[in-house]
Design a protein around this ligand. Structure first.
Ligand code: HAM
Length: 435
C-alpha cells in the first residue's frame, strides 16, 4: 500500500520551507513596524462561527466547509478563513476592553481549509497571512491596511500588482441596493443558474459573484452599488480614495467586486497579479475589507473592523514566476573534517563548541574518507573547514581553511573551543566576518 497526501494538500519540503520561513519572517518584521501583534486561534471552531459570519449563502459555507460532528456531537468545522476565529477570540477574551488601546491590531499565519477543486494556486489546505484591526471607523485605517498589504507584497520583490477597490456602503446603502438588484434580476429569474435562483432573494449580491457564464452575462447590465451609496458611505469611500492618492498608491475601482464572504461593508479591496503561474488573467493574492457589525454578530459590542488575507501559495508561485531571488538563510559556517576514527571525539567537541558560539556547523556521521568529507563541505558551501588528522591530534592543533580563498592556518584546538571568532579576525582579516 502506497500512501499519498490528501488531494489538494502539499508537502513543503526543506528547500521550499526555507522560502516560507523567509516570507514569514519578513512579514513579522513588517507587522511589527505597523504595530500589529500576533494572535493564534484554533484550527477548528463551531460550525456556527463560520456560517454566521461568512454567510449561509456563500460558496465557502454551502460547498467548501470541512465540517464534522465530533465525539461529543458538536458540529465543528476546520477554519476556511481566519477572520471569524479572530473575531470570536476578540469577543470571548474581551479584547474590546479599555485596557486594550484601540485600534486593536493583530496578525496571524496558518492553514485554512476549503473543499475546492484543486488547481495552481488553489488548494484544499492552503495558508494565509492575515491581519485584522478593530475599533476604528476612520478611512485612515482602511488605507493603512491596504498600504500594508501593498507594502508587504513589494517587500517580497513583486511588481506589476493591481489594486482594485470598491465600496459596499453601510447597511442602509446595501439594503437599497439589494432591492434594486432584486428588481433587476427578477425578470431574468428563469435564465439564472440553480445556485443564483436560490440566492436571489436570500442574498442577491451573491449572484453578482457567480462563476456561471450565463449569470455573468445577465449581471453585466445590473445596477452598480456605487449609485446606491448614501451620503456617509460615499464620504467614507471618497476619503479612502483621496488618502490612497496622497500616498501615491495607484488603484482601480471595480464597481462589480462583491467578495466571496458576506461580512463585508464599506471598503473592499483585492491586490491582483497577471501571471500564467496562477492561471489566465488577473488572480487575487491578497484581499480584504471592512466588516463593521461582525463583532456584534458574534456577541460583542458595536465595534468596527477591517483586515486582509494573503494567500501564501499564490504569493510563492508569483515570486517564483517573477524570479525573485531570496537571500540564502542556511549558510553552513564550518564543516569539521576528521581523518581517522580516533579524531571523532575532538571533531564532535569542536562542532558542539562552535554551535554554542553561534556558528552553523556540521561533521561527518558516516565514517567517510577525508576526500568524501571535503566533497560534502564543498557541496554544502561551507565557509570554513577545520581538519584534524593524527598529527594534529598529537599536537592538539587543527587546520582552519577558508574555502573561498584556500587560505589555511594551523591553530590550537583550545583556541577554537575558546573563541573561533577571534581566529577568523586574526587570520582572515581581509575577509568579511561570518555571522
Ligand atoms: P479570501 O478572499 O477568501 O478572504 O481569501 C484571501 C486570500 O486567500 C485569497 O486572495 C487567496 O490568495 C487565498 N486563498 C483563498 N482560498 C484559497 C485556496 N483554496 N487556495 C489557495 N489560496 C487561497 C478571506 O479569507 C478573508 N478572511 C480576508 C479578510 C481578512 N478580510 C478581512 N480580514
Amino acid at each position: 500500500m502506497r500512501y499519498q497526501r490528501p488531494k489538494g494538500t502539499a508537502d513543503i519540503l526543506p528547500d521550499e520551507a526555507q522560502k516560507w520561513n523567509y516570507v514569514e519572517e519578513t512579514a513579522r518584521m513588517l507587522f511589527n513596524d505597523y504595530r500589529y501583534q500576533e494572535i493564534r486561534t484554533p484550527m477548528f471552531e463551531s460550525f456556527d462561527v463560520f456560517s454566521r459570519t461568512s454567510g449561509d449563502t456563500s460558496d465557502v459555507v454551502t460547498k467548501e466547509m470541512y465540517d464534522f460532528t465530533d465525539k461529543g456531537d458538536r458540529h465543528m468545522s476546520l477554519r476556511p478563513e481566519g477572520t471569524a476565529g479572530v473575531v470570536r477570540a476578540f469577543v470571548e477574551n474581551k479584547l474590546y476592553g479599555p485596557e486594550h488601546p484601540r485600534p486593536v491590531k493583530v496578525f496571524y499565519m496558518g492553514s485554512m481549509f476549503r473543499y475546492e477543486r484543486p488547481q495552481s494556486g488553489r488548494q484544499r489546505e492552503f495558508h494565509q497571512i492575515g491581519v485584522e484591526a478593530f475599533g476604528s471607523n476612520e478611512p485612515e485605517l482602511d488605507v493603512e491596511v491596504i498600504a500594508m498589504g501593498m507594502d508587504l507584497l513589494q517587500h517580497f520583490g513583486l511588481s506589476d500588482l493591481r489594486l482594485e477597490i470598491n465600496s459596499l456602503g453601510d447597511k442602509a446603502s446595501r439594503d437599497a441596493y439589494r432591492q434594486a438588484l432584486i428588481d433587476y434580476l427578477d425578470p431574468h429569474f428563469d435564465e439564472l443558474s440553480d445556485d443564483s435562483k436560490v440566492r436571489l432573494h436570500k442574498n442577491p449580491l451573491r449572484v453578482l459573484d457567480s462563476k456561471d457564464k450565463r449569470d455573468q452575462e445577465i449581471v453585466k447590465g445590473a445596477p452598480s452599488i456605487l449609485d446606491y451609496l448614501n451620503e456617509d458611505s460615499k464620504k467614507h469611500f471618497d476619503r479612502v480614495k483621496a488618502l490612497l492618492e496622497s500616498l501615491n498608491i495607484p488603484y482601480v475601482i471595480d464597481p462589480e467586486m462583491v467578495r466571496g464572504l458576506d461580512y463585508y461593508n464599506h471598503t473592499i479591496f483585492e491586490i491582483m497579479a497577471d501571471s500564467k503561474a496562477l492561471g489566465e488573467g488577473y488572480t487575487t493574492i491578497c484581499a480584504g475589507g471592512r466588516y463593521n457589525g461582525l463583532v456584534e454578530e458574534l456577541g460583542g459590542p458595536e465595534m468596527p473592523g477591517i483586515g486582509f488575507g494573503l494567500g501564501m501559495e499564490r504569493l510563492l508561485l508569483l515570486m517564483n514566476a517573477q524570479n525573485v531571488k531570496l537571500p540564502v538563510l542556511d549558510q553552513l559556517d564550518v564543516y569539521v573534517v576528521g581523518i581517522g576514527e580516533q579524531t571523532s571525539v575532538e571533531t564532535l567537541q569542536i562542532v558542539q563548541a562552535l554551535r554554542a558560539d553561534g556558528f552553523a556547523s556540521d561533521r561527518d556521521y558516516l565514517d567517510r574518507k577525508p576526500k568524501a568529507q571535503f566533497k560534502t563541505a564543498n557541496k554544502l558551501n561551507a565557509q570554513y573547514t577545520i581538519t584534524i588528522g593524527e598529527t594534529e591530534l598529537k599536537n592538539k592543533t587543527a587546520n582552519v581553511k577558508q574555502m573561498r580563498t584556500g587560505h589555511e592556518v594551523t591553530v590550537a584546538v583550545s583556541d577554537i573551543l575558546h573563541d573561533f571568532d577571534d581566529i577568523i579576525t586574526k587570520h582572515f582579516t581581509d575577509d568579511e566576518e561570518i555571522d
